[in-house]
Design a protein around this ligand. Structure first.
Ligand code: ATP
Length: 265
């Protein structure tokens, strides 16, 4: 029997908006979250609900607070205000933006992958991940010696082996060549049924973000706008931030959010 059943349904199949999502469908809620460092406001009044099996893309200019939001969700930092509530049995998986191994630390790929919980997947399902992420020949290699693309595949496998129900990917394609990027996006878009999970994907790739029907949240220290790509593309807030890049090869640049000066938030 093939492990690869039907591809993951797009989030539109769930079609749960923040306002109508009932508690049974909620996996994680962020309610009125603010985060300050001293006098500096990093995030203000963030409300986000993530539903079971929903994919949410998080976009925003450099310094918008995307990685800070991920750290809050991961529990690495505490919000200054507001409440983060995990619903159901939250099992987080995380693929970081960067992963550096100190040169003096011997860490083979198999050592890192062995840290995953062996009871979450069957041997056949684990094998599926190794084969489809082309890891088998890398298992005895040192993490330190892997290329960027190889490292990202190992980190994705490490997260998936724990069978998370919420997978957080923080700019997982950074530094990858275009072919590897397309290949990895396709892999996460078509996860097999046994790995199906909600995803929060921080991405600067507007062409991936705005394709399909995943919910998109546009952050610039606060939530500027959110919705389906078709709704977002015509919103004035999105146009102000990204309109001049969208439909063209996207080159990311810092940009102030004009409809709310940070001091007004
Ligand atoms: N520990 C810290 N001390 C001081 N400032 C911080 C700290 N962590 C984050 N910041 C500031 O908070 C803001 C948001 O940073 P964050 O890394 O969350 O942005 P980002 O949206 O992920 O940016 P990028 O797209 O460049 O990765 C930035 O101005 C950053 O300098």
């Amino acid at each position: 029997m093939s492990l690869f059943t039907s591809p993951t349904k797009p989030s539109s199949a769930i079609n749960v908006s923040d306002k109508t999502m009932n508690n049974a469908a909620k996996l994680l809620s962020l309610s009125d979250i603010s985060y300050h460092i001293g006098q500096q406001r990093i995030l203000s009044h963030i409300d986000i609900n993530i539903a079971v099996n929903e994919t949410v893309s998080l976009i925003g200019p450099n310094g918008a607070g995307k990685s800070t939001l991920v750290k809050l969700v991961l529990g690495l930092i505490e919000p200054t205000n507001g409440q983060i509530t995990p619903h159901q049995k939250l099992q987080l998986g995380y693929v970081p933006q960067r992963f550096t191994v100190p040169p003096i630390l011997p860490l083979r790929v198999c050592d890192l992958l062995a840290q995953a919980d062996k009871n979450r997947l069957t041997a056949e399902q684990r094998q599926f991940i190794f084969e489809n992420l082309s890891l088998t020949h890398l298992l005895s290699r040192q993490m330190l010696h892997l290329s960027g693309g190889e490292t990202q595949r190992v980190l994705l496998a490490r997260a998936l082996l724990d069978k998370p129900n919420l997978l957080i990917l923080d700019e997982p394609m950074q530094g990858l060549d275009p072919d590897t990027e397309v290949w990895l996006y396709q892999f996460i878009d078509e996860l097999p049924e046994f790995l199906r999970c909600a995803m929060l994907v921080v991405s600067h790739d507007l062409h991936w973000v705005m394709k399909g029907s995943r919910r998109v949240i546009c952050l610039n220290k606060h939530i500027c706008c959110e919705g389906q790509p078709s709704e977002l593309a015509i919103s004035s807030e999105f146009q102000k931030l990204f309109g001049h890049h969208y439909e063209q090869p996207y080159v990311h640049q810092p940009h102030a959010c004009e409809h709310h000066a940070p001091s007004e938030i």
